[in-house]
Design a protein around this ligand. Sequence first.
Ligand code: GDP
Length: 446
Amino acid sequence: MFDNLSGRLDSVAQRMRGQGRITEDNIQETVREVRMALLEADVALPVVRSFTDEVKKRALGAEVAKSLTPGQAFIKIVQDELVRVMGGEAAEPLNLSVQPPATILVAGLQGSGKTTSIGKLARYLREREKKKVLVVSCDVYRPAAIEQLETLASQVGVEAYPVSSGDDPQRMARKAIDHARRHYFDVVLVDTAGRTTVDDAMMDEVKRLHRAVDPAETLFVVDAMTGQDAAKTAQAFGEALPLTGVVLTKADGDARGGAALSVRQITGAPIKFMGLGEKTDALEPFHPDRIASRILGKGDVVSLVEEVERSVDQEKARKLEQKLRKGGKGFDLEDFREQMQQINQMGGMGSMVEKMPGLGQYADQVKEQMDGSYVRRQLAMIDSMTPRERTRPDIINGSRKRRIAAGSGVQVQDVNRLLKQFKQMQKMMKQVKKKGGAQRLAQQLM
Ligand code: GDP
């Protein structure tokens, strides 16, 4: 997701960085480019308008003119604005603090990934939040949908309330909630019937269902791949239901990203989760600040570290996190190598590449290579370095580079690329520190 937008904004950024003086003229021109980039990414028109208005207003204000690095000041404004349209810095959690069971009604078009997302949410709530979860399908018109949910439920180890096709959806939902109450479930996830396009019958039914279950959360599921249509669908659902959150699915694909930037403003509800694949663990909380950073090609080291922490070696991850907290001080090629090794061990490479600083825009290319030769070559290069070179990469001069390249069977430019990537990561860590991201991260980890 976002590849194209990211590329376009990156070229805007590069040009702005070179600009010593920012004038009203070149701001107009640059804002126009930002506007084009957003339109091409399928961002909804009203969102594009408010976005560019705000960027222009701030850029022409004192902020940029006074800055020593006007180009960077401009990019910062764009970044802030990306965060704002996506609903503010942090991920919004589900609100489950009601008298249990907390009911979550899930609505959206057929094929948007509703049922899959319910399976993912059930797993997430059970494993990460230690909740006892019941799922119920109110898609009584499609036996296959009921079956699909039952299969998913058994896969992720939660109970599915039995439903037959032809049952009354409201009655089934109420019965499931009643069952949940009597058996001390914490959460009930209610799947609803979708249609392939918005129609009145579907909206009426989901509205009635909403009244019948009075949910703690009403989530709208939207397929990131549907471009401009995503905004229209979001608007229709937002008008019919008091949405409390959005699940953005298929964010792993090559969607242009318009839905991610539009749905918040259109529905008033924040994106709470994004789906990143077909498997039941491919769900992540949606962090606007991190996504904005990814869009601007700055990577997302915070998520990267969290992922490493969750999936591999806790001890090593903790060490890395400490270095991150010190703004990357002490982060050397040994750490970089360890990270590479861990990435290599982890199956899900795709989502990680996008989070590597400087790699976001190459996500697709890298994804192809990463699983095979790419990581192995990176490791071979680091292995061909002396311990001193690994801890003090700045001593690696031309002749050392040639030796390392020969030792690992690569070209000197490969060594250069590795070193550049390493430097970008160090730089990113400094930024994380400045923004207080590391403190947040540390709090989450302890
Ligand atoms: P529903 O009709 O809304 O319940 O949609 P489904 O849950 O049946 O999903 C429709 C298709 O989208 C299925 O093939 C899913 O595997 C796929 N899908 C759902 N979420 C994602 C996602 O986040 N990424 C990808 N790549 N595929 C997804």
